[in-house]
Design a protein around this ligand. Structure first.
Ligand SMILES: Nc1ncnc2c1ncn2[C@@H]1O[C@H](COP(=O)(O)OP(=O)(O)OP(=O)(O)O)[C@@H](O)[C@H]1O
Length: 210
């Protein structure tokens, strides 16, 4: 199913961030959203997932508007969004955050699977302590574990997923994105760091407008 932006515009505090943005995320494609600080990348991603309404235009999933409840349900079932701030509860552990996220998103997982994914993410021994005591990169890994849990996802919308990751973490995530694309997934992401291994992406540049 393709995710399609049709003539999207966004206005923030009387400033037009962007207008008439149209593009399609197709199966197996990676779109790299580029632009200076404040250009509107996060705003565009939040419109794309239906969290914020555009000033004009619409978002279609499989050809129908995501504002229709049946389309919304299907889109929810096939979407993973990881925002810049990650939404990891600092008072809960990596295990508890993962279990809650899976429950909230209707993803059925065993305890063993949660521990195994957290191990893949390099979090062995850190699974049961409050995330507030983990480093920034470790917290990012806890958030990224969602990309391993939800096997039914077809679209990943990732806002600066590489932030705070070390070299190994970047490589792990890039390989996981590659495998997802090879299975026919679609990805749109922002990153202020150049992508190191990922190739074949399509740039989508937002110009900073005064
Ligand atoms: N809810 C909001 N209310 C008012 N202004 C907002 C809101 N959200 C974003 N903005 C403004 O819109 C502009 C674009 O913000 P946005 O976060 O989309 O940019 P960005 O391209 O993701 O930036 P960065 O690279 O710094 O993350 C900023 O000037 C920001 O202050």
């Amino acid at each position: 199913m393709s995710l399609e932006a049709v003539n999207l515009s966004c206005v923030r505090r009387d400033r037009v961030l962007f207008e008439q943005q149209s593009f399609t995320l197709n199966a197996g494609e990676l779109t790299y959203l580029l632009g200076e600080n404040g250009a509107g990348k996060t705003s565009l991603l939040r419109i794309l997932i239906g969290f914020v309404e555009p000033a004009a235009g619409q978002v279609l999933y499989g050809g129908s508007a995501i504002t229709h409840s049946d389309v919304r349900r299907k889109f929810n079932a096939e979407l993973i969004y990881i925002g810049h701030k990650s939404a990891v509860d600092p008072h809960a552990s990596a295990f508890e955050n993962s279990r809650f996220w899976c429950a909230q998103h209707g993803v059925s997982v065993t305890q063993e699977l949660i521990y195994s994914v957290l191990a893949t993410l390099g979090l062995v021994g850190l699974e049961d302590i409050p995330c507030g005591q983990l480093s920034a990169g470790q917290n990012r890994r806890v958030a990224l574990a969602r990309l391993w849990f939800k096997a039914t996802a077809k679209v990943w919308v990732l806002d600066e997923p590489f932030t705070a990751l070390d070299v190994k973490g970047i490589e792990l995530l890039e390989r996981h994105i590659e495998a997802f694309l090879a299975r026919g997934g679609s990805v749109i992401l922002t990153s202020h760091q150049p992508l190191s291994h990922l190739t074949g992406w399509r740039p989508l540049e937002l110009e900073y407008r005064l």
